[in-house]
Design a binder for this molecule. Structure first.
Ligand code: AMP
Ligand code: MG
Length: 410
């Protein structure tokens, strides 16, 4: 048996960062930028108002208060999206809306609430009373205060999240170069499997693995290509695998244990190169890895929970590496265990747990029966309690490490 780390090293040493593609920014969420982005403009492009109010010279409003307002002549109005040619001269003001460029001559903006505008009928009024002094620059956003023209705004290697996509849009950049998403072919194997939408004959089960793995592929940024179900025959598996040859990775589920009809490893051995492992972990001991005509192939176990956990541990980092990401691991937190986990055969145990915050600490409650066919316990969990291979287990109240699958605590 090999360790989880050895298995992961072998998988990662076989996959590489994919090529670059140029795409519209909205299609790039979660992808890695492959260029440095310099700004062709200043954001904001001009000094502008942060408030609805009156653009003034701060010196004119010096000493203004509700008891002794300063009255200024209103010479015009400017709204967002337009530039005024009028200039604020001594003892004048221009009515201004949020985002509108500051008129020449003005150095600050007095917000409506600090004027007597409400008492005046006309809009804009002919004169305005200023009820509070301002300092130079008050309520003014400076040109380039967010981004100056020529600034290096985003560097090569940045993962594009919603904020970065917004920043790109603010520069007017509609498309960028990113590392492309891997296409991941998914094949379920087993004579017992029935496709969704079909009636369920006695002795059969619905194919759930293809859906959970396709959802995981999507979640981590890949493009799933679901190939359907292969029966437990080498010929059918070979036939279906042929459709995976234009993908970047193949995931199969089932057919890698010691049963009479576990043909996946046989086909792998014939068609490509295979390392068949038993990994010192639970669930998910049987795992095949190799390549079929150069395409990396992870043969995941069949059990619905094992398939998801081995995906998280081995397929996810491989997908992220192909996408050019550097951080391949999920967060691990320390938590106080509620429940117990026994370790009887020296494997690393990943026990499904619901983690929640309790003041300064986290509590990790084991989500009931841990059979590797009990998929609902995966649904109740947001993390996996890790029990090391050299320990006999963990009991109620012990501090344990938890690999967080879903960081949110809902
Ligand atoms: P195997 O490794 O092929 O012996 O499969 C182990 C267990 O996982 C068996 O109980 C299978 O019925 C179940 N299983 C295998 N593939 C799937 C699948 N695609 N969807 C749901 N259960 C599956
Ligand atoms: Mg099977």
């Amino acid at each position: 048996m090999i360790s989880v780390e050895e298995a992961l090293d072998k998988v990662l040493s076989y996959v590489y960062m994919l090529e670059v593609e140029e795409k519209p920014i909205l299609d790039c969420l979660g992808q890695v930028l492959d260029e440095d982005i310099y700004s062709p403009l200043s954001v904001p492009p001009l000094d502008n108002s942060a408030m609805d109010g009156y653009a003034v010279k701060a010196d004119d409003a010096a000493g203004a208060s509700a008891f002794s307002p300063v009255t200024l002549d209103v010479i015009g109005e400017v709204k967002a999206g337009t530039v005024t040619r009028q200039e604020v001269t001594t003892h004048t003001a221009i009515r201004i809306m949020t985002g509108a460029p500051l008129p020449n001559g003005a150095d600050s903006v007095v917000q409506f609430e600090h004027t007597d505008e409400e008492q005046r009928g006309q809009r804009p009024p002919r004169q305005i009373g200023i009820l509070q002094a301002v300092t130079k620059g008050q309520n003014v956003r400076r040109a380039g205060e967010d981004i100056a023209r020529g600034d290096l705004v985003l560097t090569k290697g940045t993962v594009l999240r919603p904020a970065e996509i917004g920043v790109l849009a603010s520069l007017g950049q509609g498309s960028v170069n990113v590392i492309r998403r891997p296409v991941v072919a998914i094949l379920a194997t087993g004579d017992e499997l029935v496709q969704l939408g079909q009636p369920l004959p006695e002795g059969k089960i619905y194919n759930s693995n293809s859906y959970s793995t396709a959802a995981l592929v999507l979640r981590y940024g890949g493009i799933p290509r679901v190939l359907g179900i292969a029966t437990d025959s080498a010929a059918d598996i070979e036939d279906k695998i042929r459709q995976a040859l234009s993908s970047d990775m193949l995931l199969t589920s089932g057919g890698v244990s010691m049963g009479d009809y576990d043909f996946v490893k046989e086909v792998l051995a014939e068609q490509g190169e295979v390392s068949f492992w038993t990994v010192r972990m639970k669930p998910g001991k049987p795992l095949a890895f190799g390549n079929i005509k150069g395409i990396p192939h992870l043969g995941l176990p069949g059990n619905p929970v094992s398939v998801m956990i081995t995906f998280e541990l081995f397929a996810r980092p491989a997908i992220l590496k192909m996408m050019g990401k550097k951080n391949l691991s999920k967060p691990v937190v320390e938590a106080t265990l509620e429940g117990r986990v026994k370790n009887t055969d020296g494997r690393r145990i990943f026990a499904r747990a619901a983690v929640r915050r309790d003041g300064e600490r986290y509590l990790a409650r084991i989500t009931g029966p841990q059979g590797s066919g009990i998929l609902t316990s995966m649904s109740q969990a947001n993390g996996l309690v890790i029990v090391p291979e050299d320990s006999e287990g963990a009991k109620d109240g012990d501090t344990v490490k938890v690999l967080m699958l879903n960081w949110s605590e809902e």
